[in-house]
Design a protein around this ligand. Sequence first.
Ligand code: SF4
Length: 228
Amino acid sequence: MSSENQLPLFELGEIELNQPSKNLIPTDGKLPIPPGTYDNLSELSQHCRDCQRCQLAQTRQHVVISRGNPNAKIMIIGEAPGQNEDETGLPFVGRAGQLLDKILDSVKFNREEDIYICNIIKCRPPNNRVPTPEEINACRPYLLEQIRLVNPQIILFAGATAVRGLTGDKRGITKIRGTWMEWEGRLCMAIFHPSYLLRNPSREKGTPKWLMWQDIQEIRRKYDELCT
Ligand code: SF4
């Protein structure tokens, strides 16, 4: 074989190595997982469970992918799994999760039927530290695929890290919460993370809990307008 013929073959080999197939997860978190890689959420979950794209794979107990209804019209995206989530493999199951349930209940949302819940990253950062930009970027393609496959009408970002991680919006949560915004053609709203509400228990007018009550009523109103 002449050297002119060999070159295209080597190039082809390189392209194949850099393209994730259904059986090959790029272990380098900088390599892309293109939109459309997964046909369904169970294929995606299988990859996530084996994922080594960032350092959090070394310390996690479970990969925390989602809970709720994969056909839900509302997707809630939180920050990262905590200790309870790491132990159980399910998002929002600790005290913050119980508070989120109560908030959803208060306007008659059923968490298992009306909502799909996930996080910006799927493995617990040690000592619950804020995830690094590298970790968020490594995990981001999975989240984008979840959004594509669930196709929610409304996305709620629970906390500033969730907003920043997905949209790049660096404004503080108190500035942007409660306001509808558009991201990639989807209707979104930032809300307080329930952990923040646990640290600020007052229900007085103007406090975070009071504001959350206003926000969840507005979300219910919009849901009824668009989805029922
Ligand atoms: S956080 Fe995401 S990218 Fe990192 S190891 Fe877990 S699943 Fe993979």
